[in-house]
Design a protein around this ligand. Structure first.
Ligand code: ADP
Ligand code: PAZ
Ligand code: K
Length: 239
């Protein structure tokens, strides 16, 4: 069994992989990271750990120590210029987030044709993967909750809104939630236009806020559980 880790800025997502199937998946908030030791203790025998960490060296170090307690070495992937059927056209390929790289590899393994790879977590990223497997570039914007939080933090009169989507919002809370959803969905749909003409083009949507965005997206869409873990599972067969 292999343990795969997707360490984002809000949550650690883990998956336990045996051959080509998942034995389990779960998530732990970074604000309660110590609790991951209990998850590790309950997993049973793990052969290796492969992870993508964008939460920084301190979090990486704490995880490394927890894994060492279980006799495991932490193997963190780095974005590559080319590998696993994907070419990374970032000007400096090493600067691409490790999670975005893994998600692109996962997307390619899953779909094999042109895709817009969207991960909506702390940040939202929308990455263009063309039909030949070239990552042409992508955008980063604050995630849905981060947008809502920034309004509450930096204005006198706006709350951390728990409103709902309305075509013509007439309450502050609905205006905020609807505005932030429009910003997310609008960015995604604009990016999708760039691949829409390619054969079989699909928006692959994942991340903690994916369920909130999906009902509003007007493009060919597939909701997927976690593309980073899928990518890591694919990579581990070759690494
Ligand atoms: N129980 C939850 N706790 C925290 N965030 C949640 C929860 N449920 C949904 N979310 C949403 O998921 C986002 C985190 O998603 P995730 O994909 O784990 O992000 P990241 O990879 O950046 O850590 C939050 O910003 C929030 O919008
Ligand atoms: C864009 C990100 C912050 C997304 O992080 P997340 O929302 O998954 O926590 C992360 O992929 C990152 O730090 N990237 C490095 C910069 C880049 O990809 O260009
Ligand atoms: K993200």
């Amino acid at each position: 069994m292999d343990l795969l880790l997707d360490v984002g800025n809000t949550r650690l997502k883990w998956g336990l992989r045996d051959g080509d199937r998942w034995l389990g998946q779960g998530a732990v908030l970074l604000s309660a990271l110590d609790g991951f030791a209990d998850v590790l203790a309950g997993l049973g025998p793990v052969r290796r750990m492969l992870g993508a960490n964008v939460a920084g060296a301190t979090v990486g170090g704490r995880l490394g120590a927890m894994l060492a307690e279980c006799g495991l070495e932490a193997e963190w992937i780095r974005p590559q210029a080319e590998g696993f059927g994907v070419r990374n056209a970032y000007l400096d390929p090493a600067r691409l987030g490790a999670d975005r790289w893994a998600a692109l590899v996962g997307a390619r393994a899953l779909h094999g044709r042109a895709a817009l790879v969207v991960t909506s977590g702390t940040a939202t990223t929308a990455d263009l993967l063309d039909g030949a497997g070239v990552f042409q570039g992508g955008v980063i914007l604050p995630g849905l909750d981060l947008m809502r939080m920034s309004l509450a933090r930096d204005t006198a009169q706006l709350p951390f809104a728990d409103g709902r989507f309305e075509t013509t919002p007439r309450r502050t809370a609905d205006a905020i939630v609807t505005g932030c959803l429009h910003a997310q969905v609008g960015a995604i749909e604009r990016m999708f236009r760039l691949v829409a003409a390619e054969d079989g083009a699909l928006c692959l949507l994942n991340g903690g806020a994916a369920g909130s965005l999906a009902p509003h997206l007007e493009c060919p869409l597939r909701l997927v559980e976690n593309l980073v873990l899928e990518g890591l599972a694919h990579m581990r067969q070759e690494l």
